[in-house]
Design a protein around this ligand. Sequence first.
Ligand code: ATP
Ligand code: MG
Length: 422
Amino acid sequence: MSMIKGIKGVKDLLPEETPRWRLIEEIARRWAGRYGFHEIRIPIFEVTTLFARSIGASTDIVEKEMYTFQDRDGTSLTLRPEGTAGTVRAYIEHNRASIPVPQKYFYFGPMFRHERPQAGRLRQFHQFGVESLGMADPQADVEVIALLWRILSNLDLPGLTLEINNLGYIADRDTYRPHLVSYLMQYESDLCANCRHRIETNPLRVLDCKVPECRTITGTAPRLSDSLSETARSYFTRVLSGLDLVKIPYSLNHRLVRGLDYYNLTTFEVTAINLGAQNAVGAGGRYDGLVETLGGPPTPAVGFAIGLERMSMLLPTDVVKKATDDVTIYVAGFGAYGAVTGLTALEELRLAGLQAVSDFRSVTLKAHLRQADRLGCRFTLIIGDDEVVKGSGILRDMETKVQHDVSLSIIGIQIPSLLTGS
Ligand code: ATP
Ligand code: MG
């Protein structure tokens, strides 16, 4: 029979890879807790309108990347391409605005976008994200950015750079747009096809285009920062001085934009080296207009999302090794009595809180020791028929070859204390 394969751009994570992922998740979770964020779990699919309205019709995601399908009753549903829309929907639906404390959420999970698969770009990928709802204060921006920075730094990802920009308010961008458009019109024929189209639909997004020709043109384009109101400027200045205070390094990037009206003020992105074309690890910003756009009460908000695949690609191997270097004891039970005592010993070690394994197919000591090495076990507990008769097994350090006698009646006490002593 022919083999059935997984879907293009949808990856399996085999046991060799999951420790890296677990480490990333644990560190993200730990820092989110320290910053007072609480976990929210939202559905993987929602009605299509939620994403169309929140992400915006003229974005790559909504224009061409969504997995949309019809439910049996004809309703259009979409596999979530990101986590903010669902989080905000839940916030509104459960009337969380009425709770008199800031609502700070984090989430993990798979996201779905129909893109061209390549390293660091998948069709099912995973994000960790946070949303801080309710606070229109530069300190809330600083808090979210600091959390992002702490997580990525704690993972020792190489060459991290935090880029930041000020998008101002809608009115500021309305002032700016005609300057940008008339500049871009002069170079229209040199822009990529997408950007020629964007001049009309969403000119700010031309600034974000990665095509080299477009980048050259936008390098000398009028800057949004020159059209910003005093209020927007002073807000951003306070964000930057907050980052200085808590010692988060950043670099200003005047071309960093988001093309949608409900984004305002602070916008940021973290890049790393070694990611090739996909150099963004995570991105975020302030989105004070979104909750209202989705039918909720006016609610200022700021958040970010980071890609777990890209973090996993960057994570240094020694960081993973150090964090997952748990001692496992191999139990070599052989012979008619040894095999039986081996089984109870395994169970006692596990009940004592240790990791213990065996290969039940091995019938000789030599075969057991070979499997212990292959499984990377630091210790082997040897229990042959002789040991059963004596009532004492042999704990062998597989690296130093040093051996200790251990009393089989109290291994659950003796072995843990030997290990902490070693
Ligand atoms: P890009 O410019 O790489 O397409 P984006 O602007 O579409 O990124 P966001 O929507 O801001 O990305 O998502 C935040 C993060 O999620 C990205 O920085 C990246 O790490 C990750 N991400 C986004 N799309 C994918 C994908 N298709 N595969 C893997 N990770 C992704
Ligand atoms: Mg994208």
